[in-house]
Design a protein around this ligand. Structure first.
Ligand code: ZN
Length: 301
């Protein structure tokens, strides 16, 4: 029962207030349909016809605003990384967090159980040049893949539709002169779901949600949320949800509250779609539950 994990940076569940929460004002028809028409806001655990929404704690019992490096390390290892280092830290992991990530992360645990794993993001040539010079900055997510020996996908994978850019449509790559096709966010989602059929666990990381929260420009926020919704639509187009599961989650709130500049204390949405949701959803309460839940789901006999 394969799992496709969609990781969105900086997406929390905010107030039911259109003045501060762009998830209520930017049309997101795919997301709304998954929620049977209800708004993606703070509230209880909710079951819908095709999805389960689990409000998920990102504060991890540590004072201060949740940050990306500790949040992502927690998501991809099951270790409460904020508690382990005594603070929320971001955006990039420090040595202590890299050490946690290098030990028993989700890719490593699944590979050890003979599951096929993939990291679906495509990286541009400049990233590989920086890697060779040892000057590339890696998010906790991409560090988890690296530590597990999971291949970074490149421009050839992107051209072949066997990877998705963090910028989704490839427009940004083309602007920098790369010879890749311009695609729609929906096509990118379709490519992602087709790739995920070949693996037991596939991860895609999207960071523009957090970037839009920091930038706080309504036009960019609207662009990002529409792109997220179309990406999700494409994933649903090509997923066999009777035979697979989609796990959408985030590391901390940000974009859901335009009245706060920066991160929030809000819970994040873990949205479970497809066949495994009845067994996956009840086990998730905080970011630390995601890896253990997925690993036991995929390795249960
Ligand atoms: Zn941020």
């Amino acid at each position: 029962m394969p799992v496709l994990m969609l990781f969105f940076d900086g997406w929390g569940l905010g107030a039911n207030d259109p003045a501060s929460n762009p998830f209520l004002t930017v049309p997101m028809p795919t997301l709304r349909e998954l929620l049977d028409g209800s708004p993606p806001v703070r509230g209880e655990y909710r079951e819908f016809k095709h999805a389960t929404l689990v409000p998920t704690d990102a504060t991890l019992g540590v004072p201060g605003l949740p940050q990306s490096a500790t949040g992502q390390t927690t998501i991809f290892t099951g270790v409460n990384a904020a508690r382990a280092i005594g603070e929320h830290l971001g955006p990039y992991p420090n040595a202590a967090l890299r050490k946690i990530l290098a030990h028993d992360n989700i890719f490593q645990r699944l590979s050890a159980a003979n599951c096929r794993v993939a990291f679906a993001n495509a990286y541009p040539p400049i990233f590989f040049e920086r890697l060779a010079r040892n000057s590339a900055r890696r998010s906790a997510t991409s560090y988890a893949a690296f530590a597990a020996g999971v291949r970074y996908r490149d421009i050839d994978d992107l051209r072949a539709g066997r990877a998705v850019s963090g910028f989704v449509t490839n427009e940004r790559w083309i602007a920098f002169g790369a010879d890749v096709p311009l695609i729609t966010a929906r096509q990118a989602g379709q490519n992602l779901a087709r790739l995920a059929r070949e693996y037991d666990f596939t991860l895609f990381e999207y960071f523009l949600t957090d970037a839009a929260g920091h930038r706080a420009k309504p036009d960019f926020t609207a662009f990002v949320l529409a792109e997220v919704d179309q990406l999700l639509a494409g994933v649903l187009d090509e997923s066999d949800l009777a035979q697979s599961s989609i796990v959408l989650t985030s590391d901390h709130g940000n974009l859901e509250d335009t009245s706060a500049k920066g991160h929030t204390l809000n819970p994040v949405p873990t949205l479970l779609i497809g066949a495994g949701r009845a067994s996956l959803a009840p086990r998730i309460h905080s970011l630390a539950d995601i890896t253990p839940t997925i690993v036991s789901h995929l390795t249960a006999k």
